[in-house]
Design a protein around this ligand. Structure first.
Ligand SMILES: [Zn+2]
Length: 281
């Protein structure tokens, strides 16, 4: 059985790294979207485009190591986290930060075109309060990342403030404006609004908690499951653990909350469609 966690971080400095991936595998997990953390997390300054580029290369190496040293198939997602942009804009200047982040996003697109990454992410806008100027620039950068993904025909994973139906509708307008295919826009850390997401043309990636999964599956199976595992030993329990997606999937299948068809859709057909990858090799 194929089981895919759509948003998983690894941290070779603060976390368990390969051991976390092995835990995922022992619980029954087979495939991971491993998402870039921040340049800072990887030991780079995050002060210029070159730093982000080096951090993305470092991230690709981590993913290669997972593929070489564990039975799990890992796919890389690379970008510049919205918080990194905010930090840089406040430290230097808005214009400077925008230019550097744009260059870095172009590099993320290149990695997608080369087949080293499957999506640009996580990009988007900060989940904390910022000035109007920084907020607007964040949206511009989010649109730029989407336009790059559209050009490369790859996906984006979006990080945003906490989401509601109204915010989904606003995002749907942005997706239309950019002209990217709706199934290529993944809303990471999505609330279980499966129907609304489909209606507005966004693909939801929902935290694999019991409650959210119950609400999601009642509306359909057009969604991803994710843990947003952060792999940080100093913050245990800050997010769901690495075993959550396989454990939840198996339990729900056993309790007939998920049908076999649901599991196949969520873990095989959805990633194949959104990312254009081969899940069954
Ligand atoms: Zn994340």
């Amino acid at each position: 059985m194929i089981i895919f966690d759509n948003h998983f971080h690894v941290d070779p400095f603060k976390g368990l790294f390969l051991e976390a991936v092995k835990q995922f595998h022992r619980a029954g997990g087979t495939h991971l979207a491993v998402v870039y953390k921040t340049a800072h997390d990887y030991g780079f300054a995050g002060m210029k485009a070159e730093d982000f580029i080096e951090a993305m290369d470092f991230h690709i190496k981590l993913v290669e190591k997972i593929n070489k040293e564990t039975p799990v198939k890992a796919f890389a997602v690379v970008g510049v986290h919205p918080a990194e942009f905010v930090y840089l804009a406040e430290k230097k200047s808005l214009e400077y930060a925008k230019d550097e982040v744009m260059k870095a996003l172009e590099y993320a697109q290149k990695l997608c075109l080369e087949g080293k990454a499957i999506a640009i992410g996580e990009i988007g806008r900060p989940h904390f309060e910022v000035s109007g100027e920084i907020w607007r620039a964040s949206i511009e950068l989010m649109k730029y990342g989407m336009a790059l993904a559209k050009e490369a025909d790859c996906a984006v994973q979006l990080h945003t403030e906490s989401f509601t139906e109204e915010k989904f509708r606003e995002l749907g307008k942005i997706v239309k404006e950019v002209g990217i295919k709706p199934y290529r826009v993944v809303k990471h850390y999505s609330p279980p609004l499966v129907k609304i997401a489909e209606e507005v043309g966004v693909f939801p990636s929902i935290l694999a908690s019991k409650k959210a999964m119950m609400e999601a599956i009642m509306q359909g199976n057009r969604f991803f499951m994710e843990t947003d595992y952060i792999d940080d030993k100093r913050r245990p329990g800050a997010v769901l653990g690495p075993k959550t997606v396989p454990k939840r999937t198996k339990a729900f299948l056993q309790q007939r909350i998920f049908t076999e068809e649901d599991v196949y859709k969520i873990h095989v057909e959805n990633p194949e469609k959104v990312y254009g990858v081969e899940m069954e090799e």
